[in-house]
Design a protein around this ligand. Sequence first.
Ligand SMILES: [Zn+2]
Length: 613
Amino acid sequence: MPLSKMFSTLCVMVWLVVLNTPVQAEDAHSYARIKQVSTPHMELDLTVDFDDRKLRGHVTYKLARHDTSTQLYLDTNELVIHKAELLIDEQWQPTKFTMGDIHPSLGRELIVDIGPSAAQVRIHYETVPTASGLQWLTPEQTAGKEHPFMFSQSQPIHARSWIPIQDSPALRLTYNATIRTPEGLLAVMSANNSLSDERPGEYHFSMPQPIPAYLIAIAVGDLVVQEISDNVAVFAERYIVADAAWEFADTPAMITATEEMYGPYRWDRYDLLILPPSFPFGGMENPRLSFITPTVVAGDRSLINLIAHELAHSWSGNLVTNASWRDLWINEGFTSYVENRIMEALFGRERAVMEQALGYQDLRDDMARLPAKDTVLNIELGRRHPDDVFSQVPYVKGQLFLMYLEEKFGREEFDVFLRKYFADFAFQSISTEQFKHYLKRELLDKKPLLVSMDKVNEWIHQPGLPDDAPRPTSDAFIKVEQQMQRWLKGGQLATDAWTTHEWLHFINNLPLDISAQNMARLDQEFQLTQSQNSEIAHAWLKLSIIKNYEPARERLREYLLSIGRNKLVSPLYRELAKTPDNLKWARQVYEQAKAGYHPLTQTVAESLLYANQ
Ligand SMILES: [Zn+2]
């Protein structure tokens, strides 16, 4: 072999060794032993039973054997396993399976005998009505009131409550699915969704790009579809589909802007699914079909940074994924950074900085209430449920870390680095250690005096924020603060040109000793209690609890009863739980609201309202 060729082969080998550095630690949140046997492809066949609130059917896996193990380890949680089979000589034959003990956050390990040579395994099973990853809504709990609705939320470790699966983000798999629903309802998945008007009750899906288990998603309901462009459409209940298509009309431009910065969009279509109000998150980045809360359909496109966020995951997260939930910041920190860059590209620097500043304030609030150990990016989770330590830390602290690197190396250089990072690790799952190794080689070592590895380690492994962390300051917000000072002394507010962001900053920074008179004055002039912008209403209602501002109480009740998004309702319950009278009132409202909340929101709210019982 000529020397030049040998050299390039050597380079490729070195390269492979670097890229394939095994994940440093096993995933503490999965029983799967993917280094022994893994499952690179899944065929799902499920029937959706709304009467019994169950999915029934089977899952078939192709097996990739990496050693001589004769057992396959899968994650389950509350699943009823009926039968396991192996494909031997093209015939399905029963095989033995056993189940481990129940762990409160991990669920239960399922061990299937796969013998020495079978290439496929099939498991027949059904879910239970309390499956943590599914929410079943009665017709009354939907906007249309006529048909039921069901949707999944698999991240972080809930896929195992509706599929027996190797539920670690370190593993990627492709899938096909056949889903049967009651006639007239539409099923959609994180896969190729048809734009057809027909509702035959049997749907076929294919996801040809390998994704981790937490991105497998399904929703079934009385959905219609409206196209925004050739490759973007909105799926939603009829009442909101046109409003959502208007609200999110900038999505195609967001895709173009992101491609220009970070390389091609690799998932073909990008559609949005608008969920009922009980959806517990702002959005979930299910590939090809982001799941979106209706609370961001504000009527003025003021909250569409959420779409930028979910879209950004098509690069950071879905394309390059965290290898374990300790590494979540690799998903969310990069995504918050990219989200903000998309907003800047489309709407300019001022709006982007306002959004940075709002995020920074949320981070400071979270850091003030969290134990120091949970303000570390590469968090020590042990076997705690990742949902229990959810905070702004992986999001905003991660974003600030990348903003810090951008400041130090310059935007041009940092963009080149990020673009290459997304290409080099495309369709892989990486650990914090792998990232650090790559960062050192591809960025730090190229200009050794700019950022030391000690500094990187401080960002990633120490609590709180480094002293020299970026502190986003918005000129527009400074003007808001100046106006506030004049207003508190009896002056007038000039709010005609204020955006939602400026209102949020204003309300969030009102002094806590604001007089009852001033609360009433503000409300009369600007109808804040009646604001239909979910974020502005949230900020105002939170202040109204602190101030015991009675005129907002009925609206607060209505808000808590009509929205199930955890970020919007839990802080209100947290505030209410601080005084005995409010706590009593909050428990009454919660008992009424509970049926409309997702299990995740229920868990968080109950931890706030019933913690000391
Ligand atoms: Zn995210």
